[in-house]
Design a protein around this ligand. Sequence first.
Ligand code: SF4
Ligand code: SF4
Length: 387
Amino acid sequence: MESIKDFNEVIFDPSVCVKCGYCKSTCPTYLATRDERFSPRGRLIISYKILKENLDIKETLDFYRDLDTCSKCTECERTCPLELKPYLTFVRTKNKTLFGKVETLMAKITTSSKIFFSLSFKIISRMRKAKPPEDNEFSGKFQEKFTDVSENSEKILFFPSCFGYTIFRATAKKTEMLLKKLGVNFMTSPKSFSCCSAPILFSGDINSFKKRTKKFVSKLKKDTGGAELKKILVNGPTCTWIIKNFMKDELEKEFGHEVEVKEVSDFILNKIVDKLKDVKLSDGDEIILHKPCHSESSMGEKLRKLGFEVKETDFYCCGFGGSMFFKNWSMSDELLRKTLGNFEQDIKNGVKIFSNSPGCILQLSRSANSNHILSLISQYLNKIELR
Ligand code: SF4
Ligand code: SF4
């Protein structure tokens, strides 16, 4: 996907949709419900009504809710033959309503401090009966300085995301251990850069998102000692997607050169496959793999090369969907059922599910034993030396 340098490049006019309906074929909320209101085309028609018609408060709330059930997967943007950006059109429309403005306010509060996002994850996880992996208690420090400070070494930032700083701390620590084992010169992103502000973007307040991003990036430059940062490795495909598409121009302006943004799991799996050549990590241990909607990684292929027997989910939205897990429970449940429908017997037989998105892991853990793919890899890699 091409990076969006400026939101003004996006056509924000729902009436340009020719209503061909191609986008419905890949929209998970439509495929799960077969209801036009929950399709990209339906949501564009609703957006048009919100923008052009004089709706009363009840109608506005109903339409806002319909827009808000979108899972943010952006599949419709890949399918639309006119290359429209339905998703960005819905979120900006939501923000034209009073309910969208309340959503922005909540998003700003939640993302303003680690205490707030940690609390919201814990409370909602309990309410939704999600069981984050038990091994995620870790209270020590992260890698605060580059592991190699010499002039010419390539400097890489590891971004654990808000999850990695809160309920997935042990996974973030294991990721650091893997990066060290692979000889990568990295530091973990400082406190000033602990959230990519996805909830603000998802609420549709593009200006607030841009302001927050600008502030974050300039603090990041200071907190990394003005380092010649060449790469950012991100925990989770959605944060990778946000940083890659909506923050990259700000990063490049601040650092003065191109900054590559990659999923950390992809980076690590590639390096391990390269180093191990034909050596296997596993003797055919079975796993179920869920590749999240925003992921560009070919994790399944690499895990097979490492000797795992991998069964992949083929319904690409598990129902975490950013705020869907928090707010739209019935749609979230329906998507979870669709994702795991074919794996009931495997789950009964004790096969574990892995993913590289903390959000997806949280959602999947409501139905089955789930964990981060890098937790699995670190467990196997402990037993062997890398050269
Ligand atoms: S594919 Fe594009 S043009 Fe066709 S209905 Fe969907 S958004 Fe509209
Ligand atoms: S972003 Fe995903 S869930 Fe939302 S309308 Fe597009 S395809 Fe459907």
